[in-house]
Write a protein that binds this ligand. Sequence first.
Ligand SMILES: [Zn+2]
Length: 231
Amino acid sequence: MRYDLSELTLLRCANCGSDLDGLSTDVIFYCSECGRCWISGEQLTPISIEFVRLGGSDSILMPFWKVDASVTIRNRIIRQESSMAARSGFREFTGSERGLAESDTGSRKVRFVFPAFSTGLVLSTGVRMHVENFLPEKTEHGKRFRIIGGSVGKDDAALLARAVALGVEVNRSDFLASVDLEIEVHSAGIYAIGCTPEKQVLKINGSEIGILFAAINDFDEILKQNKDFSD
Ligand SMILES: [Zn+2]
């Protein structure tokens, strides 16, 4: 059970009236009775949820943001490897003399997937997840799932999507000197992605991407609530 401290009311699913469970910091709530997903603000607002890479019985579902956006790169300057040193002299310096060049400007549609739970590795995980194709699986109706730990709200998700977009640019194999990008979010929803605990790492099913348990806030409680639910 979870209480909203400001009003001391039990959070209930606005569709079927079932109790919504979660951690005290959660803002994303999945109703395991009727399968609706809600995000809390001044009131509960519905948000889409899809299930991805469910995995086996040792797998737990973790909440991630799926943000579809247009990324517009207005100005992207790379440093050319062969001409790192700036020439000197009494001439006006231009970018190309300094070995700088513009590359890949323009707009494109991009999907960002990154943790909606609290972790110190949200950006690096988002950049690593960017190269993977996360496609939703068919949801089995009537199957009960639990999704615990979604504490990143929608406004923060939009900010984080921009930061991941910057991280993706920095991570490319050229020598980025500067980039000026804008991001326009078209839609945001929740991906519940199957993850499997392995030694000290929570591994995203079907990938080589893992997140250290120690980097996930409340991980013990997330595991415990998932275990209580499946017992
Ligand atoms: Zn419900």
